[in-house]
Write a protein that binds this ligand. Sequence first.
Ligand SMILES: Cc1cc2nc3c(=O)[nH]c(=O)nc-3n(C[C@H](O)[C@H](O)[C@H](O)COP(=O)(O)O)c2cc1C
Length: 211
Amino acid sequence: MKDESTLVVVAYHSGYGHTARLAESVRAGAASVDGTKAEPVSVDGITEEEWALLDAADAIVFGSPTYMGSASPEFHTFARDSVKRWQLQAWDGKLAAGFSNSGSKSGDKLHTLEYMALLAAQHGMLWVSLGLVSGWNSSTSDENALNRLGVWLGAAAASNIDEGPELMHDSDLRTAEHLGRRVAEQARRRHGVEMARALYEMKGDRTDERT
Ligand SMILES: Cc1cc2nc3c(=O)[nH]c(=O)nc-3n(C[C@H](O)[C@H](O)[C@H](O)COP(=O)(O)O)c2cc1C
């Protein structure tokens, strides 16, 4: 039977450190769920050991800054190199999710998230949405609410282009943490179903032995 814990891997690229901070929030959110191991993998210069970690994952959360309206070139290189897994459909059935950071409040980062969802679909992965309503869209709400940017496909963050990662918006970091937690919870739920099925089948085998 499989190991009791589930593994969530955060596969991200960050040019200037903002998306790396989000990746850490996603990882921490996932790790806060009982029975979950959560590991970060920086895809720029990814090693064979790190590819193996991705292969072993129950869920992969993709992360990239938005550069010129899409994922960064480094993330695209990682996606291109994942074709070896695509050929075997080695990631079929794993959970997937995504996050992106950009300078503008919109900045077309939805396109980056759509690209990640498409990448996941090509791999046969199952996409986990953010699962939060829009946080800052009325006269009574404010920018400190979770999902302040009102994105559903994944976790979105906006960071001023003249400020470092240490000044990132707390709401964005908490939203990323929420995504990590949600993905880990979904992975645990699927793991529970698989364990129950395995137990049921074992029980069935014993019944066959007796008859
Ligand atoms: C080459 C380049 C292209 C960018 N394109 C966009 C863009 O399309 N939309 C946007 O809002 N910000 C854009 N930005 C700003 C970055 O998304 C922003 O600085 C982000 O915080 C960088 O994340 P990182 O520190 O993880 O690399 C761009 C920055 C660079 C360097």
